[in-house]
Design a protein around this ligand. Structure first.
Ligand code: CU
Length: 154
C-alpha cells in the first residue's frame, strides 16, 4: 500500500503542477483525468488492462502534452486487487490516431527502471486531436493490454 500511495501522490503532483490557468474545476478529485473534450471518450491516465489483472497508469513529462515536440511518459502498473505496485517485465507501446489511420512518425524508445516502472522517450504527437496509446504490459508472465485515450494537446 505504501507504493500505491506514493505513486498517486506523485501523479497528482504532475497532473496539477502545470495548471497555469487557475481553473481548479478540472482537478476536482477525479484523479488522472484531463479536462473534458467533446468526444465523450475516457481520457483517464489510469486504466485497467483488458484481462482485469493490472491497473496501468502513465504520467507525461509535460501537461498539457506539447504539440509537435518530443515528450516522455512514465508508466507504472499495480495489482488490481491489492493496489500494490508490480514490476513491468516487458512492455510494447502502440500509438496511433484511430480516426486518421496513422501512427506517430517516430519510434519511441523504451527503458525499464529499477523500480519496475517504464520510461518511454521520444514520443511526439504531430497532430491535434484524439490519439490512442496501447501498452501491452507483461507482469509475472502475464501480458495484458491497457488502452489510453490521449487528447492532443490541451
Ligand atoms: Cu492525425
Amino acid at each position: 500500500m505504501h507504493h500505491r500511495l506514493l505513486a498517486i501522490g506523485l501523479a497528482t503532483l504532475f497532473a496539477c503542477g502545470g495548471d497555469a490557468d487557475g481553473d481548479s474545476a478540472t482537478h476536482d478529485g477525479h484523479h488522472g483525468h484531463h479536462g473534458s473534450t467533446a468526444t465523450g471518450l475516457d481520457y483517464s491516465t489510469e486504466v485497467m488492462t483488458d484481462g482485469g489483472s493490472w491497473m496501468v497508469s502513465y504520467t507525461a513529462s509535460a501537461d498539457p502534452i506539447p504539440l509537435s515536440e518530443p515528450f516522455a511518459i512514465d508508466i507504472m502498473a499495480m495489482d488490481h486487487m491489492s493496489g500494490d505496485m508490480v514490476m513491468i517485465d516487458d512492455i510494447a507501446i502502440g500509438v496511433s490516431m484511430p480516426s486518421h489511420g496513422h501512427s506517430m512518425n517516430n519510434d519511441p524508445a523504451i527503458g525499464t527502471n529499477d523500480d519496475g516502472t517504464v520510461t518511454v522517450t521520444g514520443m511526439l504527437f504531430h497532430m491535434e486531436g484524439w490519439w490512442e496509446m496501447t501498452a501491452d504490459v507483461t507482469v509475472m508472465g502475464t501480458t495484458e493490454r491497457a488502452t489510453f485515450n490521449v487528447d492532443c494537446c490541451q
